[in-house]
Design a binder for this molecule. Structure first.
Ligand code: DOR
Ligand code: ZN
Length: 352
C-alpha cells in the first residue's frame, strides 16, 4: 500500500548549530521540503547577518536535499524597526516571541510584552508573522499556557493586521481561544502533544524524552489537541517542535526540555489519521480533489502540507513523497539523539 502526498512542511523546528545541526538537519530534510526554523540558538538570531549565516549553515548541512529553511529571528526590545526591515530583506518570514525563562535559551526573552510593541508594529508593517511561545513562566507549570492567553488577546487586538501563530498548542483552553480569534491567528500542533499527557512524563518512572515545554498536560487537553489536528480546521497545522538534545543532556539532573520527533512525525501522524478516518469510512476525497486516495490521506496532507503554507502565504509544495505501509523499528538513537518512540514499531514509512 502506497500513497503520494505533497511533501510536508514543518512549521516549527529546532535545527540547532554546529555538530548537532550536522547530525539532525539531514533527517529533517529527508522528510520536510521547508521548515520554519527557530532562532533560539547561541547567540540567538537577531540580525540580518546572523540570519544569513545561519541559513548558510543549514543549507550546508542539507545540501542536495532541496530543503528550504524558512528563517526567523528572536524578538527583543533592542531590535529597531530598521532592523526588522533588514531581517525581512534578508529573508525572515517570522519573528519569535519567547517569554523570559519559558524554555531552552530564553533567559534573554521578553519580560513585559508591551516593551516589544514597536517591534511588533514593524513586523505588522512588513508582513512578518509573529510566532509565540505562549507560556507565562510565573504561573504553575500546567497553567502557564492558559495564563498567557490574555497577552495573546491583547496583542491580537492591538495589531489588527498582524498574523499570529500560537506555537505548540497544548491545552483545551488555548485551542478554544485560538478558534475564537480572527482568521489571521493560527496554532501549530506537535506530534508529541497529540499523544502525551503528564502521566507519560512522570506518571510512573521519569521519562525525560517526553519532557518538553509546554509540558504535556491532562488527558482532556491532549484530546483537544488531537481533535484540533484532525478537525480539518485550516488554522491548526503541523509544526513538530522537534527539539533535539544530546542524550546526556536529557538523561541527567537538570535535563533539557525537548522531544526529537522529526524522523518519526509523519509515520505517527499517518497512523493516527488512518485509525481515525479509514476504518470503513467513505473513502471519498475532499470535495473537488480528483484522486482516489482515501479521505485520511487527503486530511493528513491538508494538516502537514497545505494549511501551514496557506497561512504563511507561500506556494504549496511542488514535490511529492510516498507514504508506504512498510513497518520500521525506530532505533534507540539516531546519530546519537534519542528519538520519540525509540524502540517501537511504526506502520508507515515516508520515502522520496
Ligand atoms: O521543549 C522545548 N524545547 N520547547 C521549546 O519551546 C524549546 C525547545 C528547545 O529549543 O529545546
Ligand atoms: Zn520550539
Amino acid at each position: 500500500m502506497e500513497y503520494t502526498i505533497l511533501r510536508p512542511d514543518d512549521m516549527h523546528i529546532h535545527l540547532r548549530q554546529g555538530d548537532l545541526l550536522a547530525r539532525c538537519a539531514p533527517h529533517a530534510a529527508r522528510v520536510f521540503g521547508r521548515a520554519i526554523v527557530m532562532p533560539n540558538t547561541i547567540p540567538p538570531i537577531t540580525t540580518s547577518l546572523g540570519l544569513e549565516r545561519y541559513r548558510e549553515e543549514i543549507l550546508g548541512a542539507t545540501s542536495g536535499s532541496g530543503f528550504a529553511p524558512l528563517m526567523t529571528f528572536k524578538i527583543s526590545e533592542s531590535i529597531t524597526p530598521d532592523d526588522v526591515a533588514a531581517l525581512k530583506a534578508a529573508g525572515a518570514v517570522a519573528g519569535k516571541y519567547y517569554p523570559r525563562g519559558a524554555t531552552t535559551n530564553s533567559a534573554d526573552g521578553i519580560g513585559d510584552h508591551r516593551a516589544v510593541y514597536p517591534v511588533l508594529r514593524a513586523m505588522e508593517q512588513n508582513g512578518l508573522v509573529l510566532c509565540i511561545h505562549g507560556e507565562d513562566p510565573a504561573a504553575f507549570s500546567l497553567d502557564r499556557e492558559a495564563a498567557f492567553l490574555p497577552v495573546l488577546s491583547e496583542i491580537v487586538a492591538r495589531f489588527p493586521t498582524l498574523r499570529v501563530v500560537l506555537e505548540h498548542v497544548s491545552s483545551r483552553a488555548a485551542i478554544e481561544v485560538v478558534a475564537s480569534m480572527p482568521e489571521r491567528v493560527a496554532a501549530t500542533i506537535t506530534v508529541h502533544h497529540i499523544f502525551l499527557t503528564l502521566d507519560d512524563v512522570i506518571g510512573e518512572l521519569l521519562h525525560p524524552h517526553h519532557f518538553c515545554k509546554p509540558v504535556a498536560k491532562r488527558p482532556e487537553d491532549r484530546d483537544a489537541v488531537r481533535e484540533a489536528a484532525l478537525s480539518g480546521g485550516p488554522r491548526f497545522f503541523f509544526g513538530s517542535d522537534s527539539a533535539p538534545h544530546e542524550q546526556r543532556a536529557k538523561e541527567c539532573a537538570d535535563g533539557c526540555a525537548g522531544v526529537y520527533t522529526a524522523p518519526v512525525a509523519m509515520p505517527l501522524l499517518a497512523e493516527l489519521f488512518e485509525r481515525e478516518f479509514a476504518p470503513g469510512a467513505a473513502a471519498a476525497s475532499a470535495p473537488g480533489v480528483a484522486d482516489d486516495r482515501p479521505e485520511w490521506v487527503s486530511r493528513l496532507e491538508d494538516f502537514t502540507s497545505r494549511f501551514g503554507a496557506r497561512f504563511y502565504g507561500i506556494p504549496l509544495p511542488e514535490d511529492r513523497v510516498y507514504l508506504k505501509r512498510s513497518p520500521w523499528d525506530v532505533p534507540g538513537q539516531i546519530d546519537g539523539i534519542v528519538p520519540f518512540r525509540a524502540g517501537s514499531r511504526l506502520t508507515w514509512s515516508l520515502t522520496a
